[in-house]
Design a binder for this molecule. Structure first.
Ligand code: C5P
Length: 233
């Protein structure tokens, strides 16, 4: 499996995004486009970044009735991004419908689909109080991962702390894509549970999603190279 570092391009406009990507002369890092940039610029930004030769993780976290998600995924399938995602909380039926939507008429699917389990911003207390789930958080995450696997998804977004356990219960080929990565000597920002790129490698993350440690670095290209080197070992 191809392990890689995905840069979270959390920028507000195409202009800022391209000013950032232009620094990477000759290199084509894997990038994540999230809601902020997608809602600001629409599908054109995805097509343009793809045309420049980058792999893309389109992080839109769909969650709706199965029919709506299926139709939305059918639209996204034409963008031919490498990875996209949804919320496992939308149920197995919704995840199965999403796979159907992403699959083209000839039966092929170019986009890997991964599920968000519980957001890392949700903790035991808020999960119990606000969404009335009373099982332990790690058990909920594992259950969602297994349900996603049974629905035919390719993996999950999870904390790097959960990657090992997800692989144990869902198999080595089930992808774990993990944010919350920081350099040992870096600023944690608002991320609470963090790991270094080397620790994420050791625990078995397949892809790490890294934003501010690269985008806000004085030398983003050097920070990206360092991250890649530490993660790939
Ligand atoms: O800047 P930083 O490295 O914290 O960025 C992490 C990226 O991963 C952000 O785009 C954030 O929205 C995303 N993410 C996260 N935690 C999750 C899911 C996504 O940090 N559980």
């Amino acid at each position: 499996m191809a392990k890689d570092v995905i840069i979270a391009c959390d920028f507000a406009s195409a202009e800022e995004t391209f000013a950032f990507l232009d620094k990477f002369t000759g290199k084509k890092p894997f990038v994540k486009i999230g809601m902020e940039l997608y809602y600001a610029e629409g599908p054109a930004i995805v097509r343009e970044i793809k045309a420049r030769g980058h792999k893309i993780f389109l992080d839109l976290k769909l969650h709706d009735i199965p029919n709506t998600v299926k139709k939305a995924m059918a639209v996204l399938s034409s963008l031919d991004v490498d990875i996209t995602n949804l919320h496992a909380a939308g149920t197995k039926a919704m995840m199965e419908a999403a796979i159907e939507g992403l699959t083209k008429e000839d039966g092929t699917r170019n986009t890997m689909l991964i599920a968000v389990t519980q957001l890392t911003s949700t903790d035991q207390e808020s999960m119990e109080r606000d969404i009335m789930i009373h099982e332990p958080l790690d058990k909920v995450v594992m259950h969602y991962a297994k349900t996603a696997m049974e629905a035919g998804l390719d993996g999950v977004v999870c904390s790097p702390l959960e990657s090992g356990k997800v692989h144990e219960s869902c198999g080595e080929n089930f992808l774990t894509v993990t944010p919350g990565v920081r350099f040992a000597d870096g600023d944690k920002g608002d991320q609470k549970r963090v790991m270094t790129p080397a620790q994420a490698r050791e625990i078995g993350s397949d892809y790490i999603v890294v934003g501010r440690p690269i985008t806000k670095a004085e030398d983003p290209v050097a920070a990206y190279e360092r991250c890649l080197k530490e993660f790939l070992g």
